[in-house]
Write a new protein. Structure first.
Length: 261
């Protein structure tokens, strides 16, 4: 969101800082979002905190520019002219030079603003990732002191550098296809789908176990009944067998014996 809605991005990073305020990358994100949203006091505080936690001087140019943002260009120049600048890479040194030039311009020192940009990285016939912005800043500074012909030369060189780098107006456009895809989109599973599937599998497993137990109980009951019929009362079994063997004739049973049974 930082390029689309910096203020909303800043609010998101504030929410992150409430959960991980001691993490360097979180404080860095808050600083970058605050800087993009124009909240320079907050950005300054967050960049300093990030530097203290991480020991990294990466954002010194943004610290100096935040000092400019809160109306302290002298403090920005103090940082820009300190020895710690030597720890920055080429991109960092270019960024700091542009901040220092802006601070001199804020103070009305227009010639000094030009001088701040005359650094080894300012090469008319060589293009680096930072060159288009540096050429633009230098052209603006030259125009402010009335050196319009020189400014035009550097301004024309911006397009040459962008063409060589494939950036700016020469950057390849991002093509987005809004047409229908021939292939059917496969929806990625969500957490609730996986949890629901596991729950259904557990239920089915429990139901199958219950049915299996019921079948086992039924089988055991059947065996018990058969066992009871075959073994529990052998005398009754013999009597039944005798009755069946008389082929429908009435059995002769002694009354006393029947009473006893």
């Amino acid at each position: 969101m930082i390029d689309i809605n910096p203020q909303l991005a800043y609010e998101h990073t504030i929410a992150a800082s409430r959960r991980g305020g001691r993490v360097a990358v979180v404080r860095e994100a808050v600083g970058l979002a605050a800087y993009a949203a124009g909240e320079f006091a907050e950005a300054l505080r967050e960049f300093r905190t990030h530097r203290r936690i991480s020991g990294n001087n990466l954002h010194l140019p943004l610290i100096a520019d935040s000092e400019r943002g809160i109306g302290r260009p002298e403090k920005a120049l103090e940082i820009a002219h300190s020895d710690v600048i030597e720890t920055l890479d080429a991109n960092g040194k270019v960024e700091m030079a542009m901040v220092a030039s802006g601070a001199q311009n804020d103070l009305g020192n227009l010639e000094a603003a030009v001088t701040e940009l005359e650094i080894p990285q300012l090469e008319l016939n060589r293009a680096f990732s930072y060159s288009p912005r540096l050429f633009s800043a230098y052209a603006d500074a030259l125009e402010n002191v009335g050196r319009t012909e020189e400014a035009a030369t550097w301004r024309n060189q911006i397009a040459v550098a962008e063409e060589a780098l494939g950036t700016g107006q020469f950057e390849e456009p991002e093509i987005i296809d809004f047409g229908e895809d021939d292939e059917t989109d496969v929806r990625r599973p969500r957490a609730r789908d996986i949890v629901g599937s596991e729950a259904r599998e557990d239920d089915e497993s429990e139901e199958a176990t219950a049915l299996s137990d019921e079948d086992a109980v039924t089988e055991i009951d059947a065996e018990s009944l058969e066992s009871s019929t075959d073994e529990s009362n052998p005398e009754l079994d013999d009597e039944d067998e005798t009755i069946i063997n008389v082929n429908g004739a009435d059995p002769v049973i002694d009354q006393d014996e029947n009473d006893e049974k």
